[in-house]
Design a binder for this molecule. Structure first.
Ligand SMILES: C[S@@+](CC[C@H](N)C(=O)[O-])C[C@H]1O[C@@H](n2cnc3c(N)ncnc32)[C@H](O)[C@@H]1O
Length: 210
């Protein structure tokens, strides 16, 4: 899938610079109002339904893939008149960390991240210990990470990463059902996996008061 073949995408991104931005278009001021972060927001379903259901919060979605980003912005453009509490950024999260203030965020959502199954790829996982240190820096003292995956190996390894960091109080929900949950809406990937009967696992990591 190459974006340059998608004429609608470039037009849509040009028309919606208020809700979809590139790394070159943002700075610390841009991200400062946001207290909820979704990493890898994909097609934007979760971000938009949460920003709809919790209008008191401000949601920042970050997506590295330009095609997924364009589709999320297209979906978001339909609701932007009524929902003013979100922004989507096309970037790897790693490039955004320096822009966040210490203790800025109340919640970080990581929904169905890439599992990076090979050992030599593990350092790329969004739950890897280098990432956990960044989350700890930018989360408020009572801030929380919600990490959801269908991948059993990633789930088990991530439990180890979170536990060995010593930075969080941990709760595990396995299997997790978003329909029985009043704080986490479903995502596009979740709906796909659930339709195939795959179990979803959730790690809730609450930052420890130090
Ligand atoms: C498997 S998809 C899940 C999409 C969505 N969260 C959902 O549940 O439907 C994972 C997404 O994370 C994005 N992603 C992976 N690594 C990322 C990173 N370092 N920064 C931002 N996005 C990332 C991928 O491009 C992909 O769209």
């Amino acid at each position: 899938m190459r974006l340059r073949h998608r004429k609608w995408a470039n037009e849509c991104l040009d028309d919606n610079k208020d809700i979809g931005k590139n790394l070159s278009e943002i700075n610390e001021e841009t991200v400062l109002p946001y207290s909820q972060l979704e990493i890898g927001c994909g097609l934007g379903g979760f971000l938009l339904s949460m920003s709809h259901d919790y209008p008191q919060n401000k949601y920042l979605g970050v997506e590295v893939n330009k095609n997924a980003f364009a589709m999320a912005v297209k979906k978001a453009s339909v609701v932007k008149k009524d929902q003013k509490n979100f922004l989507i950024i096309n970037s790897p999260i790693e490039r955004l960390f320096p822009l966040f203030k210490e203790k800025q965020l109340k919640e970080i959502f990581i929904n169905f991240p890439d599992p990076w199954p090979k050992k030599k790829q593990h350092h790329r996982r969004l739950s890897y210990n280098t990432m956990l240190k960044e989350y700890d820096r930018i989360l408020k003292d009572d801030g929380t990470i919600f990490f959801r995956t269908d991948n059993k190996e990633l789930y088990e390894d991530s439990k180890t990463y979170f536990e060995s960091s010593g930075l969080f109080d941990l709760t595990y929900i396995s299997p997790f059902f978003s329909e029985n949950c009043d704080y986490l809406n479903a995502t596009e990937y979740e709906n796909k996996f659930r339709a195939k009967g795959v179990d979803i696992n959730l790690i809730i990591a609450k930052k420890k008061n130090k």
